[in-house]
Structures are given as C-alpha cells and as structure tokens.
Design a protein around this ligand. Structure first.
Ligand SMILES: [Zn+2]
Length: 316
C-alpha cells in the first residue's frame, strides 16, 4: 500500500485538498468552500470533516493515510500547532493541529499558507537548486517567506516575512494594517487595479492593466510605479536576507516577463553592495499551498520515516 498524507490549504473562500505520496505526487484533489461566513467554529468543523473524509477516501482507494498537513493564513505558531490569529477565518488561538490529530488519530502539522507555499516552491518548484530563497506572494496582499534549505523561517512569534507591511511610500495610501504607504497598499495586485481605476475612472484589474502595457499610457504609468515600489521592497528584503533567488508568486506574477524584466532593471538600479538575486516566477501556481501542507505533514513523521526523495536540496 502506498503511503499518502492528507493535505489541506485553507483560504478565505476555499479549501484546496490533496492526497500526496512521499514523492510529492498528488493521487487525488478536492476543493471545498471554507464557509468563513458561518464563523470560526463552523470553519473548524469543516476542516475536521474534510480531513476525515480525505483519509477515508485514501483507504477506499487502497492508499494508507499516514499524516495530515494543514496550511492556514494569518499568524501561525507552527511549534504549538496553533492558529493564533486569522482575520479571514475568525481564528483566535485555535489549537488546530491537536484537534485534527485527535479526530483522525494521525500525526498532524500546521503551517502558515505563504510559508508552506514557499517551501513547496523552494523544494519542488522554481526555487529548486537554491539553498536561500525568498518567496513573495503578490495577490490581494503581499507576504513573503524566507526559505533556507527548503525550510521556512517563521520568526519568534510566527509572523516573519510580512514584507507587505514594510513602508515604502511614507504618507502613502492607507493600509489595512493601520499604517500608510505599506508595500501591500501600493503594489499588490489589488492595489494595481485600484490605482488604475482611480486614474482612469473605469474599473480594471491588475491583469487588465498588464494586458494594456505599451498601448495605454495610464497602464504604463501605474505599472512603472508598481515596479518601483516592488523594487524598493525587494532591495530591503535583499539587504536583510541576502538570498540567491527570489520567487514571485500570486496573481501579479502571472504577468511573467512583463513584470520580471522591468523589476530586474529597477532592482539593479537600487542595489549597491548587495548581490543581485535571480528573479523568477513561481512554478506551482495555486497548488503550492497544498503541496507545502503535504511537505509539512511528511516532515512531521518520525525521523525513521524521513523522505529523502523530497529533500532535493543538498546537505551542506
Ligand atoms: Zn500595512
């Protein structure tokens, strides 16, 4: 029987799920609504029920479920398996890891969505081959994960990597966090759409702006300002982390070279003594969080069950 882990990536609107074997191959995927509108208790109930259903599905398919990995947004204490705070899900100090482990009778692990997605990119996606990777997710918000040898550094309180709340435009647009001019408030995919809509007076998304580049002066202007802000943020990150490779994910990264090419130039203009990181886009798309949750579950297995196949990063 093939061993699989039950992986769940819990988002504000949907839960992506998979059964993943020790080689990182998905045997089954499912999607469910999160049900966040019904409150935290309902979301917890949904997560437990879905995880149990997936373990049952594995057994029915002749697979052996051996562990559970769950990725959630917000502030996550991975050591205690606690969802400390999550605005989208209404979580406050939810001991989710232990709840899942008790319900399924399997070892479980809890991780932060961007850190688990980053770990998947570092080990299975665009970060492969680099020991020091910064994964930056640019979507509705902006968040990052610093991966060293495929493992995300969570910080003392589970809140590392909040590059979206580095102030790059003092006195700039208000941010949801309470500050003004945060990177997220000026350069997230949501901010790009908002900025263009304000200037042009017609509703537009970041994807619309990207397709208008070279044909629409306003789109060019918004994009240039976005690239400049991102470069300002990345040069701070590079000063702090000195990574080998920066992997850009999230909706804005779908612009590909239209984003990467000017961003490389803008970054180069700002770097002085720092070493220039390679700038690439993510490879795993919206499956990264789920695969990362699976890696977390595999990592949580006893050492004798180590999974060398997934650890493609060479030991020092
Ligand atoms: Zn902020």
């Amino acid at each position: 029987m093939t061993d699989v882990v039950v992986a769940l990536d819990v988002g504000g609107t949907g839960i992506k799920c998979a059964l993943v074997d020790r080689d990182g191959v998905s045997h089954h995927t499912e999607r469910h609504p999160t049900g966040a509108g019904q409150g935290a208790e309902a979301v917890i109930g949904n997560i437990l029920g879905i995880a149990e259903g997936l373990a049952g599905k594995a057994l029915a398919d002749g697979l052996t479920p051996v562990a559970v990995g769950i990725a959630v947004p917000g502030v996550i204490d991975e050591d205690t398996g606690t969802a400390v705070w999550s605005a989208n899900l209404g979580f406050r100090d939810v001991p989710l890891r232990d709840l899942v482990a008790a319900r399924l009778g399997l070892p479980a692990a809890l991780g932060h969505d961007v850190r688990t997605g980053g770990a998947a990119e570092a080990r299975l996606g665009s970060g492969r081959g680099s020991r020091q990777v910064l994964f930056v997710a640019i979507g509705t918000g902006i968040a990052a994960a610093h991966l060293v040898d495929g493992t995300a550094l969570a910080g003392a309180h589970g809140a590392a990597g909040e590059i979206g709340h580095v102030v790059v435009r003092p006195g700039g647009p208000a941010c949801g966090c309470g500050q003004f001019g945060c990177l997220e408030a000026v350069a997230s995919a949501a901010a790009v759409g908002r900025h263009y809509t304000e200037l042009a007076g017609v509703p537009a998304t970041a994807a619309d702006v990207a397709t208008q580049l070279g044909r629409d002066d306003l789109a060019d202007r918004v994009w240039r300002e976005t690239v400049d802000a991102l470069a300002d943020g990345l040069v701070i990150a590079q000063a702090l982390f000195d990574v080998e490779r920066v992997v850009l994910g999230g909706g804005l990264a779908e612009a590909g070279e239209r984003l990467l090419e000017p961003l490389r130039v803008a970054l180069r203009q700002r770097l002085t003594f720092h070493r220039e990181p390679q700038l690439v886009t993510a490879a795993l798309g919206d499956e990264a969080g789920c695969l990362g949750a699976a890696l977390l579950a595999l990592d949580a297995l006893p050492a004798t069950d180590a999974v060398p196949a997934l650890d493609n990063v060479e030991a020092p």
